[in-house]
Design a protein around this ligand. Sequence first.
Ligand code: AR6
Length: 178
Amino acid sequence: MERFHILVGDITHSDAEAVVNAANTSLLGGSGVDGAIHRAAGPQLLEACRRLNGCETGQAKITPGFRLKARYVIHTPGPIWQGGGLGEPALLASCYRSCLELAAAYGIQSVDFPSISTGIYAYPLPQAATVALRAIMSFLAQHDLPRRVGMVCHTEAAAAIYRQTFNLWYAEEKSDRL
Ligand code: AR6
């Protein structure tokens, strides 16, 4: 079974054990995927987030999923794109790594990610895809958990960029190692 997959859809419908939320540092909700996750999970999610006292960019915190199918939501504030020279790639990689570390620590078997920072935070999609895939694939190569990781793109166009990037960097390794 392949451990990594790219799909198109709405992450609030995910049947992974944990879904990642592209949050902001307040963790008190917003628009985009954050708004969709809060709407679908219900008001208890905001109550749980209030108790977390925010989260730094590139870090991650976990709550229950409440009304979501997913048992957990892992919240991570991505970097706001400011041209790429202010540490955005390292911060974005840290988001993916921090979420996966938290998932592994909780014994979580499957995690679905949205494309962090590529909406309101304006991180260019091809660059973000390269950072995301490198971070995910290097984590999977070194850890047994989570067993499965999904990248849930909201549009077919975004998924095409992720697939293209994946094929460029990982197609050969994938067949060897995963
Ligand atoms: N399922 C999957 N992907 C989605 C969904 C969905 N339901 N909705 C949007 N996307 P964004 P950011 C995609 O803007 O750039 C919030 O206000 C979307 O197409 O949600 O990290 C937070 O509170 C895009 O590719 O997150 C922060 O203030 C990707 O999810 C800020 O936005 C991320 O877009 C975070 O901005």
